[in-house]
Design a protein around this ligand. Structure first.
Ligand code: ZN
Length: 577
């Protein structure tokens, strides 16, 4: 493997002299590049010019120099691969700092990480973690006893990787007053032992019984959490995020984002959802439209409503047309008639709707609701979306194109790790597993497919997502040939889903998504040419430089390897002006 510092040195010398993209500043011309533009009409270029926030020319060196003018600053990219800035179409701002339990693999490892993390907290305070999987526990049964063993007196709650269930210890249950006499809340389940006492596992809405007790973050806590996450996103080449949180932004989060924008520290274009309210009032709809109108073109903007139709396969809460293998099924969170009414109300107001739907039953409900909207409200460019759309019925796949509905998929969900192979796939059985995370089927059916990460459920690294879509293997290259390899797609197709198609999914294709003259100058310079050579290059590649609307938002620190192993990196936030 080549060390990063060798090929970084030259690039860093030139980018260190880059000016901020202030108005009146000279243009910048980027030369000697291998540009994948994402524009099918002009797929490749060797140079481009950036003037202010936008690309002024994309093409040959002569064209770029001419557009940039004699005063332009020249940057020699030394033959590096350049791609449009990544647009994560489904992302969440983490609610709080927590112990990372991803890929723990065993109770011992979960306990070890929690103990280590707890050392960094004030004594007696809540210990919060996230990222475990059922397969981490003996017989896949998470139980409070494993947390009581290490924290008998201190409240602990750890959320699973998918965010649809949490495990609380006995102290946390006691503080929440959850006993064998506590009834299941609506839309939630308290898992119980044979004698009726809670195991500590709280599914769906039941986890609020404990989560509501967590101490709130101060506005300053949230602001610093945000800056850390933005820096991580920029370091991975991300220039746009679409925050899919169904409850919308909290006051703290909105405050943090507005503060970051005002202080020039919002390094990513940030589109945030408003909640899909049940039976919305005219005031609620008007407010959603006003927020959108008031923020068009800004870095922080709105324009869509997010709702939830079901849970997840791993928790058996996704709503399937047929029961899970071994019995049981999830229940949809809506009656179809209520869903039709609510979606049509947002649709009539001109808003985009996105619905979380994972099981084939929930996906069909979403498509039926969108079809109902077009029938009652008439033709319009609506671009409603189904989020995750994990296990569609084969007969429903052509409806995406026919209805103009976007398949908002997460490439990294196809990671064939132990949870996928030993929990997810057996729960749905081989016929349904063969159409799970079936990126190829959507492409073949002509649907618009927008890629996102669902961070912090999964890592936000787009190159890791693309690797997964291309190989359907783990980072270790297992299983040989890939998991349901007929659903693999090409690097170029995956890149388009993470850039051009994600921009289309937010109505931003006129401004973003390809490296084209007139669009925002959003791009990433990579250390490796990911379009040639083996897929391993996607794992080895580093983002050397990220530019968002003409401003440098990340440059790889010299000599230090980029941390792409975990959920976040610790790059310094870059101030943009
Ligand atoms: Zn999500």
């Amino acid at each position: 493997m080549r060390g990063p510092s060798r090929y970084l040195a030259g690039l860093l010398l030139v980018v260190a002299t880059l000016p901020a993209a202030a108005s009146g500043a000279p243009a910048t011309v980027y030369l000697n590049a291998r540009v994948w533009t994402g524009d099918p009409a002009h797929p490749v270029a060797e140079a481009f010019a950036v003037s202010g926030e936008r690309f002024a020319a994309v093409g040959s060196e002569a064209e770029a120099r001419r557009a940039a003018g004699p005063e332009a600053v020249a940057v020699d990219l030394q033959g590096r691969r350049v791609v449009p800035g990544f647009n994560d179409a489904h992302w969440h701002l983490p609610a709080r700092r927590s112990a990372r339990l991803d890929n723990a693999g065993s109770v011992d490892e979960i306990q070890r990480r929690l103990i280590e993390y707890a050392h960094s907290l004030p004594s007696g305070s809540w210990v919060v973690g996230r990222g475990w999987m059922p397969t981490d526990f003996p017989e896949r049964r998470a139980h409070r006893r494993y947390l009581d063993a290490i924290f008998p007196d201190r409240p602990v709650v750890i959320r699973d990787r998918d965010g649809h269930q949490a495990l609380a210890n006995s102290r946390a249950l006691a503080l929440a007053g959850v006993t064998r006499d506590t009834p299941d809340p609506p839309d939630g389940r308290i898992i119980r032992d044979g004698d009726g006492s809670p195991t500590g596992l709280l599914q769906e809405a039941a986890d609020n019984l404990v989560a509501d007790l967590l101490p709130p973050l101060s506005p300053d806590d949230t602001y610093h959490l945000l800056l850390e996450e933005l820096a991580a996103a920029s370091s991975l080449g991300i220039t746009s995020l679409q925050d899919a949180t169904d409850v919308g932004l909290t006051d703290n989060e909105r405050g943090a984002l507005e503060r970051a924008q005002a202080e020039g520290r919002l390094t990513v274009q940030y589109r945030a959802a408003v909640p899909l309210e049940p039976n919305p009032t005219p005031e609620q709809l008007r407010h959603a439209v006003e927020m959108w109108d008031a923020t068009r073109g800004q870095l922080l903007y709105y324009g869509f409503a997010k709702g939830m139709l079901d849970g997840t396969v791993d928790a058996k809460t996704a709503y399937m047309l047929e029961p899970y293998v071994g019995g049981g099924n999830g229940s949809p969170f809506y009656e179809q008639a209520d869903l039709d009414r609510d979606v049509a109300a947002y649709d009539r107001a001109g808003l985009q709707v996105e619905l979380h739907a994972i099981g084939d039953g929930a996906i069909r409900m979403a498509l039926d609701a969108y079809q109902h909207s077009s029938e009652v409200n008439g033709p319009r460019d609506r671009r409603h979306r189904v989020e995750h759309v994990e296990v569609p019925a084969l007969t429903d796949i052509p409806r995406f194109r026919a209805l103009g509905v976007i398949a908002s998929t997460q490439a990294i969900f196809a990671t064939p790790d132990v949870s996928t192979l030993e929990n997810y796939a057996p729960l749905i059985g081989p016929e349904r597993a063969a159409r799970a995370q079936a990126f190829r089927l959507f492409d073949d059916a002509g649907a618009v497919q927008a890629f996102g990460s669902d961070y912090p459920v999964y890592p936000m690294d787009p190159l890791l997502g693309i690797y997964t879509a291309v190989t359907r293997q783990t980072r270790a290259g297992t299983p040989p040939g890939g998991w349901y390899p007929q659903n693999r797609i090409s690097v170029e197709a995956a890149l388009a889903h993470y850039t051009r198609d994600a921009a289309y999914a937010s109505f931003d294709e006129g401004d973003k998504g390809t490296i084209s003259s007139g669009k925002y100058a959003d791009f990433a310079v990579l250390s490796e040419d990911i379009l040639t050579g083996p897929p391993q290059r996607l794992l080895d590649a580093r983002v050397l430089l990220t530019v968002m609307r003409g401003r440098v938002t990340h440059r790889a620190p010299a000599g230090t390897p980029q941390d792409r192993s975990g959920q976040t990196t610790h790059a310094e936030p870059v101030r943009v002006h």
